[in-house]
Write a protein that binds this ligand. Structure first.
Ligand code: PFF
Ligand code: NA
Length: 480
């Protein structure tokens, strides 16, 4: 039977896993949520949740993957009687997230091109329009969005076709350190702008956002907790089998516990660093601009680059950084799908057919991506609320799940499937298989599992409880 090829080195694995974790969620999610939910207090809550849920689920997923040497579907099928089907939930989440991730990745490529145009005063630049006008024009041209989205899908597919060692590991080993360097450059630029300090206060000083009218109402504690939990999940790529899949390619001699810890630390660090790059820029140069979501990336930040000396240059760097972050995540998502089908083909003695399966999966992803691009973030009259005839309330608001196709897929995956996936994973490990299975896997070849006691308690009681809470909070926020 053909060999299942894995990561060439622990560094390669770590960069790929950190690459999966570091993505759009760090850039437009974390900094804003931190500012709006109590600054430093939010950070502390986030870190506590990361310790008793994030690291636990991360260790659990890596162990499940490595023990079985199978992707998400195969891992649960081999190990569990009650949760045989759980891997399929991961494949479904991967598709849904890929739909919007690739569309947005395409937008980022467009913005790199746009800023290159600006730098050279070429016709394909922003032509002196402000951020909102630039984005409006782009959103009015759906065909262009579709083309860029499909370019992003194509890039993702090509890397995944190269396999773990040949494609994913190589790209991430270069791309992640590059991302870090670019991020540092952008931070220095942003934090030295006059007025940048307000951004730092927004992010770090508890209560500042409320006192200064950036938010109208203080969120209640449950909201803060579930916002932090939901963000953590999505940000660490947990609850949908991405880490099971990457773990399945990890060599038995490597230390799971140490790697899990490093992934969590680096993802949080990059989220904080991304905040130091985007938020001060917004407060210095676009004080009324959006603080999160796509409009932060594509309107506010473009305004910031317009007003900054040599802005086009920093614009190119910044959007390149976002493209790197997005692509290293999208390849992990596609790999969740491809790995499963390759496993099946290999078990049947047909070789792994990686290229074929990458192509087929990419075609489906491309279709979803086209839908998101045609929808123009809800502006084209084809969104779920249009189709279902859901009316806006007196304030002109809609529940988030139906306001555009991007949010629809996001709410189902991030809002329901991921926390549910993690909850069930904990039940599977804690109550069906027993935490000893993870302990054994973490202690192979002379390694040790130092937080064994902590892990056992968390995986059985604390983490599932937190997950229930997150699930409740997300459903309340996204669907009502
Ligand atoms: N962790 C990514 C982010 O923060 O943007 C999103 C993500 C990637 C989620 C890969 C899930 C996944 F499998
Ligand atoms: Na992340």
């Amino acid at each position: 039977m053909e060999e299942r090829k894995g990561f060439g080195s622990n560094f390669g694995f770590l960069m790929a896993a950190v690459g999966s974790a570091v993505g759009l969620g760090n850039i437009w999610g974390f900094p804003n949520k931190m500012g709006a939910n109590g600054g430093f207090t939010f950070l502390v809550i986030y870190l506590i949740l990361a310790a008793c849920c994030g690291i636990i689920v991360m260790v659990g997923e890596l162990a499940l993957g490595r023990k079985t040497g199978r992707g998400a579907v195969g891992a649960y099928r081999v190990l569990s009687k009650k949760f045989k089907w759980l891997g399929w939930l991961g494949i479904l989440s991967a598709f849904l997230i890929l739909f919007f991730y690739c569309a947005l990745g395409g937008y980022c490529i467009k913005y790199v091109v746009l800023n290159v145009g600006d730098l050279f005063g070429a016709g394909f630049g922003s032509n002196g329009l402000n951020g909102a006008e630039v984005f409006g024009a782009f959103m009015g041209n759906q065909m262009e969005a579709v083309i860029y989205g499909l370019i992003f899908v194509l890039l993702t597919m090509i890397i995944v076709m190269g396999g773990i060692g040949g494609g994913i590991e190589k790209v991430c080993s270069v791309g992640m350190p590059a991302l870090f360097v670019i991020l540092l450059i952008c931070i220095v630029r942003a934090c030295t702008l006059p007025g940048a300090v307000d951004g730092l206060k927004y992010m770090f000083v508890p209560g500042w956002a409320l006192e200064n009218g950036v938010i109208k109402e203080a969120p209640d504690f449950l909201t803060v907790l579930s916002t932090a939990g939901g963000q953590m999940f999505f940000s660490l790529s947990l609850g949908m089998g991405a880490m099971i899949t990457y773990g399945s390619y990890l060599h038995k001699k490597e230390n799971i516990e140490k790697n899990a810890l490093l992934i969590v630390i680096m993802d949080t660090l990059v989220a904080l660093m991304a905040g130091l790059c985007v938020i001060p820029g917004r407060f210095a140069l676009d004080p009324t601009g959006s603080l999160g979501g796509p409009s932060l990336l594509f309107v506010t930040m473009q305004n910031v680059f317009h007003k900054m000396p040599l802005g086009a240059l920093f614009g190119i760097l910044f959007y390149l950084l976002v493209v790197f972050a997005a692509i290293s995540s999208s390849i992990s998502l596609l790999e969740v799908i491809v790995a499963h089908f390759c496993d099946k083909a290999r078990d049947a003695g047909k070789g792994d057919k990686r290229k074929t399966y990458s192509l087929i999966a990419a075609v489906f992803v491309g279709l979803g991506c086209i839908l998101i691009c045609l929808d123009s973030l809800g502006g084209a009259g084809i969104s779920p609320f249009n189709i279902l005839g859901i009316e806006k309330d007196v304030n002109g608001n809609l529940p988030m799940w139906c306001d555009c196709w991007l949010d629809f897929f996001d709410c189902i995956s991030e809002g329901i499937l991921m926390p549910l996936g993690a909850l069930l994973m904990c039940l599977c490990i804690g109550w069906e298989l027993g935490p000893k299975m993870v302990d054994d896997e973490c202690c192979l070849e002379g390694q040790s599992f130092k937080m064994k006691g902590f892990f056992n308690i968390c995986v059985k009681f604390i983490t599932p409880l937190c997950m229930l809470l997150v699930l409740y909070g997300q459903i309340r926020e996204f669907f009502f």
